[in-house]
Ligand binder design. Structure first.
Ligand SMILES: CC(C)(COP(=O)([O-])OP(=O)([O-])OC[C@H]1O[C@@H](n2cnc3c(N)ncnc32)[C@H](O)[C@@H]1OP(=O)([O-])[O-])[C@@H](O)C(=O)NCCC(=O)NCCSC(=O)C[C@@](C)(O)CC(=O)[O-]
Ligand SMILES: NC(=O)C1=CN([C@@H]2O[C@H](COP(=O)(O)OP(=O)(O)OC[C@H]3O[C@@H](n4cnc5c(N)ncnc54)[C@H](OP(=O)(O)O)[C@@H]3O)[C@@H](O)[C@H]2O)C=CC1
Length: 849
């Protein structure tokens, strides 16, 4: 029985945190404000003094009533503000606003004590005034501004932007408030004057703390936490919740301005010349004088005093109780889901967002497979855990109830357990690819999707166990890099280098699972350490080649001629360029095939690889052409004349993305000591393999040994589109004997179509952008947009040269198999082979190699 009571109490506290906090704080405040009283009847009071006491007490009763109303309003106002912020769902905003309140109160207390020289006991009035006038919504807006930044620099900029937006309004408001309330300080009524001083100081302290300590503290807290989790739940949409609050009405602003000027005049007139500054000391309002003897009067006085001391506290307690009653019986009633017969109170797990709501039990949640990783997450996130303590999964609420909760604006999917969300997904109330958005928590969303997939993969329920998904910033993935996410693929990243490229030493991150690749590239870098590699970008232009069709070849050729006209090209370019700040159309290449016309748009795209930009610009331009050639049919924005992600001669011949060439001279001693071969053998193998061999194979752009290896490893490490390794790996490796006696080696690599960028696509993901940072080419180049992407293309070409040098040497020296069996064959996981014919196990061949 007792434990049940405590359990109910526990549930009440956790389900109504704000109410419990407000109640506790209010009671504490009541206790603090109880004034020290002398003993009730030290001596017998006289009739005269008692009458005096009654008069004083009556005066105090009036004061008490107004102060009680004020305190109640302050409590209500604070409660309302924190509830409003809580609904935003951001614990950070809530925490920061709380901190703001505490610190401001501290500053206010100190200020009031020092400037007004009041007694500590009189702080009770002052503090309630302060709470009534504090504006937490502005503090929350600024916190949200800060939290919307992806990194510390952005957060700082956002705080500054927030202050720029809020500052003028708040300053004007403060001015008007101070001047209006300031009128009260000249009223001549001592009590009113004192309260007006409290209010003026409240407004000023709030303003000063908001404009100084608060932004500084905000920036510091965010920097010290340095947790990506701070911005993990991208609250960008939530800022709109306050957008209305932020908008300042210009008419209202003007009225405020005029009002403040008028009030200023009133203040100056009434205070000039300034009176000797009065120091307001607040005398205790109830004087104690019990000298008389009349018992009945004494009793009356005691009663009034009791009333005076206790009534305000009683009213506040009543107020808090009313608040709780309102919340429990009215607010929740609105959200209450109909109780069905057969309802069992004990079983459903009350969730954080949905206190005291009772639900019908629905079908038992499917629980045949539980993803270990997801379970771990759920344990740490008890709000969404649908398992009971004993590990037995609980039943879901009914589908109908879950739908009601899901559709409730205040609750939504966040108030449902994982299994209930799965129930809604199975019943098509939630799209399986939108879980993250619905639960407003990407990691939880991914976890739920894994649960669904895990249950669908019943034949091999443990398939997902080794695919990690936790501790990853999915907010960057959503809407940019991947859909239907169930985790991430860890790929080992090694580094090759330093590579001496154009006089700079670089360490090249390479993501690969091909053992020996990084070792080989590293050896190439080592061989080039003294002489270095020289590189140059000779052309830059991403392409998109749509296919359009006309009714006849006459119309097709007319269109072709129209597009080729320099004046019309200008119009097309204008249209194209208007689609982006960075994409700039360079030229068009046209090919006619019967009624079809292929138009290859070639444009620079700043630091981005540019495929989305090209597609957008092309669509804009075609609309313009269609205005002239209304009978033009746009068959496909991509007509494979681009050509993207497929082998094609056009990219090899015309180039695509960055066209880069690089060269190096390797001295004879390095070739023999590090590469274990000699120049003549190397050149011989290069001609026979990379030239003749590729020609015999009918290769297009494949006149190299393994450019794709290096390209792909760097692409994966730096967040490039991996499929673009097709054209990007086009490369011709040339070798010649060099030097007076031809003992040195001249080597060059020509790569005409490296499709690469340092912004957009996967480059924004944290790990990938870290690798770009290692190379000094992260993001957009502010001084010279495009320079970062060009530098990365040069790095790719230079590293390819190092890789070519090493592999070609290994082939020449006959070391390929030996080295790969050393670096590229696992000695732990490969099972011994089974000979079916002989029905025996064959020992691994690795030792024989
Ligand atoms: C994006 C869609 C699918 C929308 O397609 P839609 O028809 O507008 O989507 P919908 O909302 O009507 O939903 C239809 C179904 O699509 C799926 N679906 C819909 N949205 C999602 C989502 N977020 N996550 C997972 N699945 C999704 C889902 O199955 C859904 O059914 P439901 O489950 O709702 O009954 C469509 O417009 C599309 O397929 N676009 C093409 C994009 C594409 O293929 N890009 C590849 C890269 S392009 C490139 O790299 C190569 C290139 C182009 O250069 C090569 C060349 O030269 O040709
Ligand atoms: N659509 C398609 O057909 C294809 C798409 N892709 C995918 O496209 C994505 C890459 O497209 P991409 O266009 O490169 O990237 P984005 O779509 O991300 O576009 C780049 C964005 O960055 C902005 N930007 C800011 N600074 C710079 C800067 N210095 N230089 C260039 N842009 C800057 C651009 O501004 P602004 O808005 O002013 O242009 C633009 O909004 C990859 O995910 C890739 O996988 C791949 C192949 C085909």
């Amino acid at each position: 029985m007792a434990s049940r009571l405590f359990r109910v109490h526990g549930e009440f506290c956790t389900n109504h945190p704000w109410e419990v906090i407000v109640a506790t704080l209010t009671l504490t405040a009541c206790m603090l404000t109880v004034e020290q009283q002398p003993p009730l009847r030290p001596t017998k009071p006289t009739i005269k003094s008692c009458l005096g006491c009654i008069q004083e007490a009556e005066y105090n009763a009036a004061d008490l009533i107004s102060m009680t109303i004020l305190r109640s309003l302050a409590v209500l106002y604070c409660y309302y503000q924190f509830r409003k912020m809580h609904k935003l769902g951001s614990k950070y905003v809530l925490g920061i606003a709380g901190l703001f309140t505490v610190f401001s109160s501290l500053v206010f207390t100190t200020t009031v004590l020092n400037i007004l020289r009041i007694k500590v006991s009189d702080l009770k009035d002052a503090l309630f005034f302060f709470l009534l006038l504090i504006d937490l919504s502005k503090a929350a807006i600024l916190a949200q501004f800060a939290l919307n930044g992806a990194n510390q620099a952005e957060r700082k900029t956002n705080i500054a932007k927030g202050l720029a937006e809020l500052g003028p309004t708040i300053t004007l408001d403060t001015l008007v408030e101070t001047l209006v309330i300031g009128v009260g300080t000249m009223s001549g009524v001592a009590r009113l004057e004192m309260l007006s001083w409290f209010a003026c100081l409240s407004v000023l302290v709030n303003y000063i703390v908001f404009m100084t300590f608060y932004p500084a503290c905000l920036s510091l807290i965010l920097e010290l936490s340095q947790s990506s989790n701070f911005c993990k739940t991208k609250d960008s949409w939530k800022i709109f919740a306050f957008k209305e609050d932020r908008k300042s009405n210009p008419v209202l602003q003007r009225v405020k301005l005029i009002m403040s000027v008028g009030l200023m005049v009133v203040h100056v007139q009434s205070r000039w010349p300034f009176r000797d500054s009065e120091v307001y000391t607040i005398e205790p309002l109830v004087q104690q004088s019990f000298n008389k003897t009349d018992d009945s009067i004494a009793t009356h006085v005691s009663f009034i005093r009791w009333l005076v001391l206790g009534a305000d506290h009683i009213v506040i307690i009543i107020l808090v109780s009313a608040l709780l009653i309102k919340l429990i019986f009215f607010e929740i009633k609105d959200n209450l889901v109909e109780i069905k017969p057969g309802f069992d109170k004990e079983t459903p797990k009350p969730t954080k967002q949905m206190p005291m709501i009772n639900f019908t039990l629905g079908e038992s949640c499917e629980s045949t497979y539980e993803d270990k990783e997801v379970q771990t997450l759920a344990t740490s996130n008890s709000d969404v855990d649908s398992s009971s303590d004993d590990g037995v999964p609980k039943q879901c609420r009914s589908l109908e109830d879950c739908v009601k909760i899901f559709k409730n604006i205040d609750l939504g999917a966040t108030a449902l357990t994982d299994d209930e969300i799965i129930l809604l997904i199975k019943n098509k109330n939630i799209a399986a690819y939108q879980i993250e958005k619905e639960v407003d928590d990407p990691e939880r969303g991914v976890g739920i999707r894994r649960k669904i997939l895990g249950r669908d993969l019943l034949e091999s329920p443990k398939l997902l166990e080794n695919l990690p998904f936790r501790n990853y910033d999915y907010s960057l993935v959503m809407g940019a890099c991947c859909e239907n996410v169930i985790g991430y693929m860890p790929i080992p990243v090694g580094y090759a280098g330093p590579l001496l490229l154009d006089g700079r030493e670089l360490y090249i991150p390479m993501a690969t699972t091909e053992g020996c690749l990084v070792a080989s590239t590293n050896r190439g870098c080592r061989a080039l350490k003294v002489s270095g590699v020289t590189s140059s970008v000779v052309a830059d232009g991403m392409t998109r080649g749509p296919v359009v069709r006309f009714p006849s070849i006459v119309r097709t050729s007319q269109a072709m001629q129209w597009i080729q006209d320099p004046d019309n090209f200008k119009k097309i370019k204008e249209q194209f360029d208007s689609s982006s700040r960075f994409a700039r159309l360079q030229r068009l290449t046209l090919k006619i095939a019967g009624r079809f016309l292929f138009i290859r748009f070639i444009a620079t795209t700043g630091d981005a690889m540019g495929m989305n930009m090209l597609s957008k610009g092309t669509e804009y331009s075609l609309k313009l052409v269609q205005q002239v050639f209304y009978d033009m049919e746009i068959l496909s924005l991509s007509g494979n004349f681009c050509t993207d992600k497929k082998p094609a001669a056009i990219n090899w011949i015309e180039g695509r993305g960055k066209s880069v060439v690089c060269e190096a001279i390797v001295p004879a001693n390095i070739i023999s000591s590090i590469l274990k071969t000699n120049v003549h053998a190397l050149v011989d193998v290069n001609n026979s393999k990379n030239m003749v061999g590729s020609a015999v194979a009918g290769s297009i752009g494949g006149f190299n040994a393994h450019a794709a290896n290096i390209v792909t490893a760097i692409f994966l490490a730096t967040g490039q589109d991996p499929a673009q390794n097709v054209s990007s790996s086009n490369c011709m490796t040339l070798m010649e004997p060099w030097g007076p006696d031809g003992e040195d080696l001249y080597i060059s690599c020509t790569m005409p179509s490296i499709e690469i960028g340092t912004i957009g696509g996967g480059t924004i993901l944290p790990a990938q952008s870290a690798c770009l940072d290692i190379l000094g080419v992260k993001g957009s180049n502010r001084e010279n947009p495009g320079a970062n992407a060009c530098q990365l293309a040069k790095i790719v070409c230079g590293t390819v040269l190092a890789g070519e040098l090493s592999l070609m040497s290994a082939l020449t020296a006959g070391h390929l198999v030996k080295s790969h069996l050393r670096h590229n064959r696992s000695t732990t996981l490969l099972p011994d082979a089974f000979d079916r014919k002989k029905n025996i196990l064959l020992p691994s061949c690795k030792d024989n190699a």
